[in-house]
Structures are given as C-alpha cells and as structure tokens.
Design a protein around this ligand. Structure first.
Ligand SMILES: Cc1ncc(COP(=O)(O)O)c(C=O)c1O
Length: 360
C-alpha cells in the first residue's frame, strides 16, 4: 500500500503562483500505484524533480511473460550500438530511419509534404503520416526488432522522425503485457491480458504521443508548444518539452488533479488554470497560438501524437509473438490512441503482403 498522503498546504500552490485547484477529497486518490509521497517532495524540491524525470521505471511485473521479461530496463535508442544488418546501418547513417513518404488528409486524401511544419489539412481535418511500408518491411524485420531499443522507438521505421538525434525519449513504451489469471478465470478465459501503460513516464500512455510529437518539434526546429489538457497529456508534454528544452504552455481546467498541476510546474511549464472545461482551454490555445508562435499539440490538431500512440498496437502484436488479439478493450477519450491503434493494425496488415519473400 502506498503511504497515505496529506493534502499539501495552500502555500505550495501559491508558491507556484496558483490557488488550490482540486476538491479536498481527491488528493488521496492520486497516483495510487506510485510513491505519491515522492510527488509531494517533487513539488517542494526542484532537484528531485530532475531525478524523477530520469528515473528508470521498473519494467517487469510478470515473470511468466518470457518475451517481456527480457526488457528489464529502459535504454535510450542508441542506434549505432545495435547489431544492425548492412541495409539498416546504412539507413541509420544516412538519417533515414523512417520510411515516411508524405502526410495525407484523413478525409479528402489530399497529399502534404512531410518534414515541414503541419497542423491540419486545408480542409480542416487531421493529417495522417504515410510510409513506404514495403521499404520498411524490406529493411527492418522481426529479427532486427529483437535487438531494437526497449522503448517505442524500436518501431522507428514506421515513425516520422528521420534523425536519431531528434528523438526525445524518457523510456516510453515497451510496457509489459500482464496475464490476468484470476480476472480471466472470472470471465471464463485463460487468455486475458493487460497492457500496463501506467508505467510510462509521467504515468500514462500520453507519453508515447508526446514523445513522438516533441521529437518532431526538435526535428522541425519548433521552440514553443501549447496544449489544452485535463491532466495526463499536460504532464507528458511538460516532461518531454523539459527534456527537449522547449517552452511549454499548458491550459488546464482549474479542477484538474493536483498531481498533474504540480508535475507540470515542476517540469518548468507555463501553466494556466482555467475556470471552465477543457474545450474552453482549447479555445484559448487556438486564439493565442499564432500571435505567441506556439505549435498547437492539441488532440488531433497535429499529425504526430497518433504516431506515438500507434506503437501500442505494434507492441501488442510483437509481444503476442506476431499474433493479433481476438478482442481489445480500449479506453478512449479524444480518440488519438484508438485512431493510432486502428492505423497501426492497418499498416501491419498492408505490409504483410508486400516486400520480398520470407518471414518478416
Ligand atoms: C488514462 C487515460 N486514458 C484514456 C485517455 C483518452 O485518450 P485519447 O485522447 O487517446 O482517446 C486519456 C486522456 O484523455 C487518459 O489520460
């Protein structure tokens, strides 16, 4: 059991230039699985914030999952030290890790250039990143993946970042797949699994999307980012922007969980608590972004968070030894994750029939 947490004093909030944000009772519900007392220190001691940001999460929860057990620690994507084949080596050396070809309007199909700053299509719809899947399949195969980084960046060929140096990674992804024996038995199945996304940096799968989006900001020379958020996306943005040295502007409803508020401030983000809903926060970002020079990383307003989140599906298939589950129960809100999963399954399916012969 984590230690019981006392609500922090009002002074803590005024120190961060804000008034107390959440209802009294919420405080004990925060971060039930993490050392929440550490969170309290996090807010009162800036130096501990840095340690927390760089801390390696415990990756292994289920020793029975042999294919997960090999990933005992998080390693940054050191591509040069991997055992790569000649085609892969040459791709990395030429800064061609990605097989991205272009971006495409998700509704009209209109083509857009990759490698330049893009938000929505001219018709106002989200843009999807497209890849040369045959090339990805020819250059990077399952055997290579076994030696890949133990993070979502193992799928770099189907991610938009072209230069290894642009990657901003805090160890996101490659989360364990845990067998739920007792819950499975309760529902009459021996095959019920949980993908534990709570171990990601800042405690949610938002880390995947923001790792990818901030990496693309680095690659495209973007210096300021803004997001409206109900909590988890804000924490992830703050962490990755801090790691990349970017200026982060966060707009959250004033009743956001205190943990997210403290986390964002601790990572040095500019946080505005809004007396309203997340949609009101989104309106503020939309109205100020041009004047302020912010890159808008709101849900479905840029192409790259989908790409980071889609790695959940690639991972799932790899961890299930290249089989696809019969059914997935998936929590969705804004829709970035579920669209990412759908896109990844389509990519996996489309690449399965292309490329050279042999097992890929
Ligand atoms: C824990 C958690 N699950 C699910 C969601 C929904 O995410 P998405 O926007 O990808 O649908 C969010 C955030 O909105 C979240 O924080």
């Amino acid at each position: 059991m984590p230690p019981a947490i006392k609500a922090p004093p009002e002074a803590l909030y005024s120190r961060f230039g804000a008034s107390r944000a959440t209802r009294q009772g919420d405080w004990n519900l925060l971060w039930p699985n993490a050392g929440s007392s550490e969170l309290y220190n996090l807010a009162t001691d800036q130096s501990e914030t840095k340690d927390h940001a760089n801390a390696e999460p415990d990756r292994v929860r289920d020793p029975t999952a042999a294919f997960v057990a090999s990933s005992t620690q998080t390693v940054p994507p050191k591509w040069q030290t991997l055992r790569l084949g000649s085609a892969q080596k040459s791709s990395v050396e030429k800064n061609e890790m990605t097989t991205v070809t272009h971006l495409e309007c998700s509704i009209t199909g209109e083509r857009y250039e990759a490698g330049v700053i893009q938000n929505l299509s001219t018709a106002g719809w989200p843009l999807l990143v497209r890849y040369d899947l045959a090339k990805a399949r020819d250059n990077w195969n399952r055997d290579w993946l076994a030696n890949g980084p133990r993070s979502m960046w193992r799928y770099a060929p189907v991610l938009p970042v072209s230069k290894a140096a642009s990657i901003v990674s805090l160890g996101e992804g490659w989360s364990p797949l845990l067998k739920l024996k007792r819950t499975g038995a309760h529902f009459g199945t021996k095959d019920l699994w949980l993908k534990d996304e709570g171990i990601n940096p800042t405690g949610s799968f938002k880390a995947r999307g923001l790792s990818c989006a901030i990496s693309m900001c680095v690659e495209l020379g973007i210096k300021k980012v803004a997001i409206p958020s109900a909590g988890n996306a804000a924490s992830a943005l703050a962490a990755y922007a801090a790691a990349a040295g970017l200026e982060a502007h966060i707009f959250m409803p004033q009743d956001v969980p205190q943990s997210n508020f403290i986390e964002c401030k601790s990572f040095g983000a500019n946080v505005t608590l809004v007396d309203g809903l997340i949609s009101d926060c989104a309106k503020i970002v939309a109205s100020r972004k041009d004047e302020e020079g912010w890159f808008d990383v709101s849900t479905l307003k840029e192409p790259y968070r989908i790409e980071g989140k889609k790695t959940m599906a690639y991972e799932l298939v790899e961890q299930m030894q290249w089989r696809v589950p019969d059914v997935i129960f998936y929590p969705t809100g804004g829709g970035v994750g579920i669209i990412g999963m759908w896109k990844a399954f389509a990519e996996i399916k489309n690449s399965a029939g292309s490329g050279r012969s042999g097992r890929r």
